[in-house]
Design a protein around this ligand. Sequence first.
Ligand code: ZN
Length: 480
Amino acid sequence: MAPNLDSFFKTVDDNAEHFIDRLRKAVAIPSVSAEDERRPDVVKMGMFLKEQLEGLGANMEARPLGKQPGKEHLELPPAIVGRYPAKKDDSKRTILVYGHYDVQPANLSDGWNTEPFKLSVDDKGRMYGRGSTDDKGPVLGWVNVIESHQKAGIDFPVNLLMCFEGMEEYGSEGLDDFIIAECKPGKFFADADAVCISDNYWLGTEKPCLTYGLRGCSYYSIEISGPGQDLHSGVFGGTAQEPMTDLVRVMGSLVDTHGKIQIPGIYELVAPLSKEEQGLYENIAFTMDNLYESLGSTTGIFDNKEETLMGRWRYPSLSLHGVEGAFSAPGAKTVIPAKVVGKFSIRTVPDMEPHEVDSLVYSYVQEQFKKLGSKNKMKCHLQHSGKWWVASPKHWNFTAAAKAVEKVWHVQPDLTREGGSIPVTLTFEQATGKNVLLLPMGSSTDAAHSINEKLDRRNYVEGIKLLGTYLNFVAEEPME
Ligand SMILES: [Zn+2]
């Protein structure tokens, strides 16, 4: 039976200005995790969040995460964890939600049209400000959901566990170990039945989505060296074997113009496309024009949306990123670099095991270098890797969210995956052993991480309804 949410919806609408004001206060705290001198502001933002939730009766704790690795003079901002209602109701399901209260750096001089740490709402309801959509809007969404249930006099449908971090935009330092420890029996997150993360975006601007997959990333470097120091081509050109020549040829052998990875065995690791999955792409609200608009060109690999989406979500890709030590300034310097390091990465998908990808990469790169017959030295190594994630969109966590989207937005959500990574997703899945849902609030034009970041008023207000409705449906879904 669908829960009656009319009074909840009305309360959210009646309190919209109050909720926007809460976002305004949050945006005004410049909680930039990448800038050491802003660390007190990051902590201040964590405390703001904690106080807001305590004011609503939640049981909150600020948990220290220790010193920042590599910057031992800096204390990491705390993980703000909490439970609402303060005392667990054993008759209800427990949902663990995650968000982050830190933001990307922002300066007016970067090209913002408005002061980045002052929420500016224009006549179209676009609320500009750093962190508005990533991720303060969604995080405050949960706070507003609690307050709206109280004001509407509706029983809170679940036990809500909260985990809010302050280092997401700086690699979530210290968080993985914390999550893993707190998911152990008897610990804070131990009784979570499912996880919900609101920290990504709709594919477009009109249709909400539920996200069930992310690609992983394995990042490599190839170092080629020969001469003891940089040389002049007028003197040594034609006499020395050049590292850059070797590197360009090895890197050039990795992928072709149509995005096809040339490393044998890579595609054999990829899970085959099922009929059922193939059918999913057709109905997704996405057009080639959406792609061309975001590319700023029409230089896409495929000319249809299905292949384009599959190329982004469910097949691996290999990108060449740059060359350290190469001459890259304007002008015509006649240097022969003595040592160059080429960087590339592979976005990975089911069922590619990172260590299998590594060994295919190493042996292919070795083989390509050997073919050159060069006297230079070559080393290839992995810089970092994060695994892909795919959840079952048939799980009750997803069906509840789909019903919530239909109730609030009156459309069936797109089921999407993303080409990038949100590493904490996999950590939560592995640590809890439970289903993880990505339930975005903002839209594709929000410009998270960019200048003029915004959240549409509509997405914020309806997004609060969506998060609250999701909790009400999730309380009712049959477990199987
Ligand atoms: Zn984010």
